[in-house]
Design a protein around this ligand. Structure first.
Ligand SMILES: [Zn+2]
Length: 279
């Protein structure tokens, strides 16, 4: 028995055994999903924020820029115009500026959305609205959006038997569509680019965030966090700057083996590198 163990030790030193250890060394290890992230990374992480809230330009983006972290922002054109120069600079600096519709239609079950209820929409009306929003984004930033964030995470138009999914429209118009209040990271080998899961970042401490990251890392997943305001104090729909700073520091530390980048960069990589040519 002793002889076998010492033989294994010698082989291991020579790099001939075990295969698993060798893979870790060369960075060619595949994730649990069978998908291989670049440079031996164990997972991918995207930060995304919605609605072009003013705190994103005023506080959030300057913080991300300190760590050279590139995020995705699904902007509402009306709010975007209040910080047009800031958004132009953010796009030029590598942040991914995504479409989030013109008027943010959600179910009329939300009182505030009753005058623009998805129940009263048609696919044609939605397409026109998404085209208009992309035009505004191009006017302000000079960049055509690749990414779409479903307002309220809702993916339908119409009501009852006449309900239709607008996922096929998003698949035709954009590289990706991200949901909201979803419950898991995305499996890069399988996920539908037009129905990416977005997990809530708002209100979370770094300890809570870290638990989600560790789960995603064990699965070799692509974790997309979604938030709204980026500010110092706990408030409705607010991602805390203290959490964001700890998150940026953690995710950019090479020893944590995380690829942090915006949704467009990671989606492009997955589309080029996964088996089966699925989108
Ligand atoms: Zn929104």
């Amino acid at each position: 028995m002793e002889r076998i163990i010492s033989l294994l030790a010698i082989l291991s030193v020579l790099g001939g055994f075990p295969a698993q250890a060798q893979n870790i060394k060369t960075g060619s290890e595949k994730s649990a999903s069978g998908f291989q992230w670049p440079e031996g990374k164990k997972m991918a992480l995207s930060l995304s924020f919605d609605d072009a809230r003013l705190t994103q330009i005023d506080k959030g983006i300057p913080l991300l820029d300190q760590y050279n972290v590139k995020a995705t922002f699904y902007v509402s054109p009306k709010a975007m115009k209040q910080r047009a120069e800031g958004w132009r600079k953010a796009a030029a600096n590598g942040h991914d500026i995504g479409n989030h519709s013109m008027v943010h239609p959600c179910s009329g079950n939300f009182q505030w959305s009753r005058n623009r209820a998805l129940e009263d929409y048609t696919l044609k009306k939605m397409r026109r609205e998404l085209d208009s929003a992309s035009l505004v984004i191009m006017e302000v930033t000079g960049v055509k959006p690749h990414s779409f964030g479903y307002p309220c995470g809702q993916k339908f138009v119409g009501r009852g038997k006449k309900t239709k999914s607008y996922v096929p429209l998003i698949a035709a118009m954009f590289e990706t569509g991200r949901g909201w209040l979803d419950e898991a990271p995305n499996d890069p080998a399988y996920c539908d680019m037009a129905k990416l899961y977005g997990m809530e970042l708002d209100g979370k401490s770094f300890e809570e965030v870290l638990k989600i990251i560790e789960t995603a890392k064990n699965q070799g997943g692509w974790l997309i966090f979604a938030g709204h305001e980026m500010n110092d104090e706990q408030a409705h729909q607010t991602s805390l700057l203290s959490t964001l700073e700890a998150l940026c520091r953690y995710a950019t530390d090479p020893s944590n083996e995380i690829w942090i980048d915006n949704v467009h960069s990671i989606a492009s990589y997955i589309n080029k590198n996964r088996a089966g040519n699925i989108k």
